[in-house]
Design a protein around this ligand. Sequence first.
Ligand code: HEC
Ligand code: HEC
Length: 412
Amino acid sequence: MNPLYRHSGNTLHALLLVLGLALSMPSLSRATDIVLNENCPPGFELDAGQCRLRTLYQMYASLEDAGVGGLKTGLPPHRDGFTPQQIDLGRYLFFDPVLSVDGTVSCASCHDPDRGFADGRGRSVGVGGEPVRRSAPSLWNVAFLQRFFWDARAGSLEEQMQGPLYDEHEMATSPEQLVRTLNGIPLYRELFRQAWPQDFQADGAQIQLNQVYAAIAAFQLSLISLNSRYDQYAHGYADALTEPEKEGMNIFRSFVARCAECHTPPLFTNQQVAVIGTPDPEGMPFDPGAAVPLNEPTLRGGFKVPSLRNIALTAPYMHSGRFATLREAAAFYTGGRGHAVPPGEDLKIHWHIWEPKLSDEELDRLVDFLQTLTDESFKPVEPPELPSGIQPVHNAIAREGTTPDNGVSNHE
Ligand code: HEC
Ligand code: HEC
């Protein structure tokens, strides 16, 4: 929790809102002068010029050999080590629709901070307005992930983001267009210079593609959510959870429900791919999942086990967005092994998926528990103005009816 950070964000927002209204001439909408943040985001400490994550979980031994679901177990390794300026530059890029082919879609269009960095849709929608194949996952705590995408096809954030950037249904740009566009915006050249001063000493130094990827990765790595009521409980504050929530936690960890075998605390994923046999979206062909990129037929219909942190914020659920509520998602596990597998598909369903016969009450308690995993205390502030001059609104489809006329987010 960092109330100071939130507060200063609010004040800044309010100030820029007033300024924005006072100077509402379109030509002035472009930010002319931005100094990137010299401080690390909350949760990070500056160490030899780089931001390093600090969490209470670093006091505990690693997960290994600790059994699943235990309190006071460590987190898996994470990635950090960017400068404050690189992280802050990534924040501008993440929200800027100028990265897309026609300036309409930003990363935040489908990974909206106000929706747990997902988009509230069963299947995401990009530049053409056509739904893509799958649902947008949350980006909270990606710093701990080893593989990316539902089917685990990418091994780094830099590799991952080339998917949406260049996919014709998502942002549909090209590497050439991306660097040309950014180099054509003097303010972006200045901000990249602030983020990589040593690379911009020569006259006419240009923004490089790998710097764009690094900055966006740096920003995503700062999205840390580890201060939920569950975490307070895990660190020893017994009153952080109510009795029904504790009951839910015990069901979650039980060998009957087995949730913690795959959604292993404290990250709430064991980072493996599992075949559990969830249904595909209505009318969509069977999604073979990880079997394709991993070239492993036994993983047909397998998906990466998602973290359940901030899960209450990211409905609808699963790769398909097929379940509208957490109750429906939890009830899937008690529907019987393979009950949603289409006829003709012979999937190797994971052995932890079986017939737990959870009662309605137990399902309710599971939902109570899942709701204790919410923590947005380190939610980054959305830039009120962007170097491109484009309003940082999310795309109209994703944010229908929720964007104020002036385009300034006043969500806080
Ligand atoms: C059109 C909507 C859309 C846009 C725009 C978009 N994403 Fe995504 N994102 C998705 C969807 C859908 C998936 C899951 C796709 C899959 O698994 O096949 C995803 C997956 C991801 C993942 C993997 C998360 C995980 O847990 O495996 C990351 C990281 C991510 N996006 C970051 C970004 C970044 C950074 C940008 C901007 C450069 C971006 N996305 C733009 C829809 C979008
Ligand atoms: C065998 C491993 C495994 C077990 C056991 C398991 N899950 Fe999952 N869980 C997964 C996988 C894999 C997915 C993603 C499946 C998909 O998208 O089709 C998932 C998805 C979810 C989601 C949706 C997440 C999102 O971001 O959309 C929820 C909620 C969930 N599980 C809760 C539970 C609960 C509650 C239990 C115990 C009753 C449980 N899981 C047991 C592997 C498992």
